[in-house]
Design a binder for this molecule. Structure first.
Ligand code: G16
Ligand code: MG
Length: 212
């Protein structure tokens, strides 16, 4: 049985990708081009500034650093307004029950997210206190697929990487978990994701029995 479980946030605990998409698309339109849902797939698990770089690449634009910082801040303002409307009803299927089962079994849980807005989201959905450790975009220096986010989580929990299981919906995140030497469960379409040790479509398919 693992001693700790580390969860990605967007795509595993809640679906904030739609809010990111709406804000990025609004920015693209302001800049004079379309940004599609398919383009948005490339931003999953990617940091805010790297997301902007991809978006500008889609629009064929090259901009100076100060302009890029201003655009990222503008997108974030719109995104934060949206996530401040979120509530516990947006927690994805199976999450609450699985977190409860882990707690009862004495298995520690941490959050490992690229998002700088993770604390706001966790407060909105009333899950902030459900985690023994929170590692997010405010603390990490190296983006997924670097293992930093998950290694830091394991360290804060005092658990060896080989005793940790990671739940991830993004390809870069699955790679980060494997790079950390952890067992990785891909969340989403097993025909699209690769490199994980197991796959579920959402956490309602996960039980303590299966985790063993
Ligand atoms: C999430 C999203 C990414 C987003 C990133 C940074 O990562 O999947 O699309 O770009 O956070 O978000 P923010 O702009 O809020 O700092 P994760 O790791 O939770 O899937
Ligand atoms: Mg994710």
């Amino acid at each position: 049985m693992p001693k700790a479980v580390l969860f990605d946030l967007d795509g595993v605990i809640v679906d904030t990708a739609k809010h990111h998409f709406i804000a990025w698309r609004a920015l693209a339109r302001e800049l004079g081009f379309e940004f599609t849902e398919q383009d948005n797939e490339r931003l999953k698990g990617v940091s805010r500034m790297d997301s902007l770089t991809i978006l500008l690449e889609v629009g064929g634009l090259t901009l100076p650093e100060d302009k890029k910082n201003a655009l990222a801040a503008k997108k974030n303002d719109q995104y934060v307004k949206a996530i401040k409307q979120m509530d516990a009803s947006e927690i994805l299927p199976g999450v609450t029950d699985f977190l409860k089962a882990l707690k009862e079994a004495g298995i520690k849980v941490a959050l490992g997210s690229a998002s700088k807005n993770a604390p706001i989201i966790l407060n909105q959905i009333e899950l902030y206190d459900a985690f023994d450790a929170i590692v997010d975009g405010n603390v990490i220096k190296k983006a997924k697929p670097d293992p930093e986010v998950f290694l830091k989580g394991a360290e804060l929990l005092g658990v060896a990487p080989q005793d940790c299981v990671v739940f991830e919906d993004a390809q870069a995140g699955i790679q980060a978990g494997k790079n950390a030497g952890m067992y990785v469960v891909g969340v989403g379409d097993a025909n699209v994701l690769t490199g994980a040790d197991d796959y579920v479509s959402d956490l309602s398919e996960m039980t303590l029995e299966r985790l063993k």
